[in-house]
Design a protein around this ligand. Structure first.
Ligand SMILES: [Zn+2]
Ligand SMILES: [Zn+2]
Length: 264
């Protein structure tokens, strides 16, 4: 199966690959929005951001354009693979699964740093302000970002896999997790129970409340998959664990947390 896929990627024409990868990327877009909207409706009573306004044509157009850009990034990755710059391993054993942890850890730090950089006043207006214009996220908001920002995330990913020859399995699972975390972060509702901050280990995962609050309070909560770097660099929202699963409290200061949170 994997061998047949690799053989196809080695011999397919660019037109064939463009059509196949565009279909794949649009299917992933539909999957993320459909499942995300289903969860958002099911947990409509547990809002962590105010309801989003009616959908605009601009948002839909931008999401479609970014899906085409994602296709272009995938094609660039394949071109680099055919040129021998990107390599991947075919193994599916323990080390292939360890790649998932390695890629999540590497990208968690790299994307945290890129996100902090995107909030620098010199870069923010033309790179990241567009995504933050949508302060009431819905699943589609994951795909509503400035094309330059999308390209910078894509190039970061291609750089990482150029340096780190991960397994095909590890890369595929990582990319699925990336879509999962991105969709969860833009639900606008919290499907997890209120007691989530008491769960050892799992409470360190970034989720819906975490990223919804970043849209509300852009000076905090920069992480993508875990809270690790926000805790280390003092950018975790001060009330995150105490107010988990709710709208951010309006009356408290928005300063990032530099002390131990009150929650367990
Ligand atoms: Zn966002
Ligand atoms: Zn941001």
């Amino acid at each position: 199966m994997l061998e047949a896929g690799i053989a196809w990627l080695e011999t397919a024409s660019w037109l064939e690959m463009t059509v196949a990868l565009a279909a794949e990327n649009f299917l992933l877009l539909l999957l993320a929005i459909t499942l995300g909207e289903w969860v958002a409706r099911r947990y409509a009573a547990a809002r962590v951001a105010p309801p989003a306004p009616p959908l605009s044509r601009f948002e839909v157009g931008l999401a479609v354009f970014n899906t085409l850009l994602n296709t272009a990034t995938t094609l660039l990755g394949l071109a680099l693979w055919r040129a021998g710059i990107i390599r991947f391993r075919p193994d599916t054993g323990l080390f292939a699964w360890l790649d998932v942890f390695a890629l999540v850890a590497i990208m968690d730090l790299a994307m945290y740093l890129l996100h902090r950089l995107a909030h620098h006043p010199w870069l923010f207006p033309w790179l990241h302000r567009l995504h933050h214009a949508y302060d009431r996220p819905r699943p589609l908001t994951l795909f509503v970002l400035h094309p330059f920002e999308n390209i910078s995330f894509g190039l970061l990913w291609l750089t990482v896999i150029s340096v780190y020859p991960a397994s095909w399995l590890g890369m595929s699972v990582y990319l699925a997790l990336n879509l999962f975390f991105g969709t969860v972060g833009h639900l606008g509702v919290e499907p997890l129970p209120a007691g989530w901050p008491n769960w050892p280990g799992l409470k360190w995962l970034a989720g819906s409340t975490f990223h919804a609050w970043h849209h509300q309070r852009p000076e905090t909560n920069f992480g993508f998959y875990t809270l690790t770097w926000d805790r280390l660099f003092g950018t975790l929202e001060a009330n995150y664990w105490r107010w988990f699963g709710r709208l951010p409290p309006a009356e408290v200061p928005t300063a990032p947390n530099r002390v131990e949170p009150n929650a367990p």
